[in-house]
Design a protein around this ligand. Structure first.
Ligand code: IPM
Ligand code: MG
Length: 387
């Protein structure tokens, strides 16, 4: 890929949306914060780290890992889902690799003491407003999808989800009043600047792909969506080579299932993106397959803020049983190498190893309803051994 790249003070290239491979063979310092979080987050992150260690070893890079608490694990230890120490380490790191957050024991906790609040605060603190969620129907996994092979085969899309705005963060919010008047309030709000910056990411990425962008909104009802659509149209003028189409979110939800191959880049706001990405995971055979990269603006050093996390949640029902699919986390580690460090060859080596493991049928039970002898660790080891 070609594009703008920045040289960090250390002289290496920090790639991003518009990533370019590093030109030199210099060893790179990989200062990474690992936040395993809750539930299966710990297990899948362990495998992603195993893969990163292997990459560092094979390609001669130095891996400096630090670990910190996030989510329910952090509440238990410190009372806060996003302790100041975690924030400090995340700001210092070149990139953050996260597992998952959420535990049933906090389901009834007040909003500020919920694990998910920690993740939202982390995303905000890092300013990672664009969440990239690639969804591919791997040939080896066509039968793992409940959809017909002929519908799914060849599907390959990138969901670009706005990540630091909308209903997740809007105020006023809360629950007040009593009895029949008790009222819950959330606010969907977007500024022009918030829409514009994520739209630019979407269009730039479409340019690197099949040059088609579908912007998803609910502009027949919501004012925020009307502004969203207007701003996306304006941004599109700077990308005349990318074909822009608008879809209402309900219609999009249907077409993701009836005609998934029509999608290349799908650009949407925070909540719609959350919902549509779980739906799109059906195309990949399991939500355990989906990686994500969340990116923001450059830091003063020239490097990019980056947070990497699988799309799946903490799945407490299968936690600690070596059942979780680590490939979403491993794919997120590959994205970390590519986007935060410009290590495209290394990322490609990880992705190629994942494909080989899929082709060999070495997959966890989520992809094999009839059962699988491969646990989380075996799949992680298999990927690492092929790098
Ligand atoms: C996701 C998750 C999170 C979200 C939760 C855990 C807060 O569902 O990353 O898709 O809604 O963003
Ligand atoms: Mg989600």
């Amino acid at each position: 890929m070609n594009s703008r790249v920045a040289r960090t003070p250390k002289g290496r290239r920090a790639g991003m949306i518009l990533v370019q491979s590093r030109a030199t063979d210099d060893a790179v310092e990989l200062n990474i914060l690992v936040l395993p979080g809750d539930g299966i987050g710990t297990e899948v992150t362990r495998e992603a780290v195993r893969v990163l260690e292997r990459v560092a070893d094979r390609f001669g890079h130095r891996l400096n890992l630090r670990r910190a608490l996030l989510g329910g694990a952090a509440i238990r230890e410190t009372g806060s889902p996003f302790p100041p120490e975690t924030e400090r380490l995340a700001r210092e790191a070149d990139a953050t690799l996260m597992g998952a957050v959420g535990l049933p024991e906090f389901d009834a906790a007040p909003p500020e003491r919920r694990p998910e609040k920690g993740l939202l605060a982390l995303r905000r603190a890092l300013g990672v407003y664009a969440n990239l969620r690639p969804v591919r129907a791997y040939k080896a996994l066509l039968d793992s999808s409940p959809l017909k092979n002929r519908l799914v085969e060849g599907a390959d899309m990138l969901i670009v989800r706005e990540l630091t705005g909308g209903l997740y963060y809007g105020t006023p919010r809360g629950v007040c009043g009593q009895g029949a008047d008790e009222r819950g309030v959330n606010t969907m709000t977007y500024t022009r600047a918030e829409i514009e910056r994520v739209a630019r990411v979407g269009f730039a990425l479409a340019r690197k792909r099949r040059r088609k962008l579908v912007s998803v909104d609910k502009s027949n009802v919501l004012e925020t969506s009307q502004l969203w659509r207007r701003v996306v149209v304006e941004v599109s003028k700077d990308f005349p080579d990318v074909a822009l189409e608008h879809l209402l979110v309900d219609n999009c939800a249907m077409q993701l299932i009836t005609d998934p191959r029509r999608f290349d880049v799908l650009l949407t706001e925070n909540l719609f993106g959350d919902i549509l990405s779980d739906e799109a995971a059906v195309l990949a055979g399991s939500i355990g397959m989906l990686p994500s990269a969340s990116i923001g603006d450059r830091r003063p050093s020239g490097a990019w803020a980056g947070l990497y996390e699988p799309v799946h949640g903490s799945a407490p029902d299968i936690a600690g049983r070596n059942l979780a699919n680590p490939l979403g986390a491993i794919g997120s580690a590959a994205a970390l190498l590519e986007y935060s460090f410009g290590l495209c060859e290394e990322a490609a080596a990880v992705n190629a190893a994942v494909e080989k493991v899929l082709d060999a049928g070495q997959v966890t039970a989520d992809l094999r309803p009839q059962g699988s002898p491969f646990g989380t660790d075996a799949v992680g080891q298999a990927v690492a051994s092929l790098i």
